[in-house]
Write a protein that binds this ligand. Structure first.
Ligand SMILES: CC(C)(COP(=O)(O)OP(=O)(O)OC[C@H]1O[C@@H](n2cnc3c(N)ncnc32)[C@H](O)[C@@H]1OP(=O)(O)O)[C@@H](O)C(=O)NCCC(=O)NCCS
Length: 251
């Protein structure tokens, strides 16, 4: 367990908390069986009700060697597997995963981190597409994004040759065109946004933006230290909303 926690980058102090509170063995066996059933599918049935404690983390770590073997069988380089799985290490607080459902994609073998961006294999109306996600662990600089986007098509062609990915989609608050009212044109966020052809406004994103940018619960007092923080707070204070927007790009 310790070795796996180390490998995904769970901090030492967190590891001790995790080891001190193992989940119920029967629940763990059931959760592991669900995750094993989901491996290789594009959909996850395993769910984590609030208050699942350390169960999701134990379950994910238990299946991790099997998922890595599944990656290896497809020739996925070990560095890509580790870069992908290290997001788990960054999301452990007080021994539990913050938003554990997010990792379903990592552990069913659909999501891979290639440099700055993550790509999740999925389908839309029967077309194989890559769903882009942006981990919040550093600036979103353009060159890093170029490199990730350039790597995506050859990576999936090599390791998942049965599926041909010609387009990528992204659904994010980062694609909300209202950000242009606040951020400079040369900001990383707007430069990223301009790569996509926007299609639809999907849903209101106020609570998600507060979680992603401030790591605070909805309704909390928002600090205004950066341009983005001021933008988000001012916009909401005016009674306006942020939205998740879907955009497309060719690969
Ligand atoms: C996406 C992300 C990496 C962009 O960061 P970036 O490269 O610094 O973005 P920009 O260069 O466009 O930043 C423009 C301004 O916003 C600020 N900013 C950007 N992201 C910020 C964040 N998460 N928290 C606080 N301020 C932020 C920058 O500091 C800058 O303001 P400044 O000029 O006053 O310093 C960052 O917002 C992030 O980590 N977000 C969380 C992950 C996320 O939301 N993913 C998408 C999920 S749908």
């Amino acid at each position: 367990m310790r070795e796996l926690m180390q490998w995904v980058g769970i901090p030492e102090a967190e590891q001790a908390v995790v080891l001190a509170s193992p989940p119920d063995e029967q629940q763990l066996a059931a959760a592991v069986a669900e995750l094993r059933r989901d491996l290789g599918t594009l959909d996850s049935r395993a769910g984590w009700p609030p208050g699942s404690g350390t169960l999701p983390l134990y379950a994910y770590l238990t299946v991790l060697p099997g998922v890595l073997a599944w990656h290896a069988a497809r020739g996925v380089p070990r560095e890509v597997s580790q870069a992908t799985m290290r997001q788990l290490g960054s999301r452990v607080r007080d021994g539990e995963i913050v938003r554990p459902y997010w990792f379903a994609r990592h552990f069913r073998g659909s999501l891979y981190r290639l440099g700055r961006l993550q790509f999740d294999r999925t389908t839309r109306h029967g077309e194989p597409i890559l769903d882009i996600h942006i981990p919040g662990d550093g600036p979103l600089n353009s060159e890093a994004c170029d490199n990730s986007l350039t790597a995506a098509r050859p990576f999936f062609a090599k390791h998942f040759p049965a599926e041909e990915y010609k387009r990528a989609v992204c659904t994010s608050w980062l694609l909300d065109p209202q950000l242009a009212d606040y951020l400079p044109e040369d900001s990383n966020i707007l430069r990223f946004q301009h790569r996509f052809t926007p299609e639809t406004v999907v849903s209101q994103a106020d609570d998600d933006v507060i979680t992603f940018v401030f790591d605070l619960p909805p309704g909390a007092d928002l600090p205004r230290r950066t341009r983005l923080q001021r933008a988000i707070a001012d916009h909401l204070a005016q009674g306006k909303h942020w939205h998740h927007v879907t955009g497309w790009l060719p690969l």
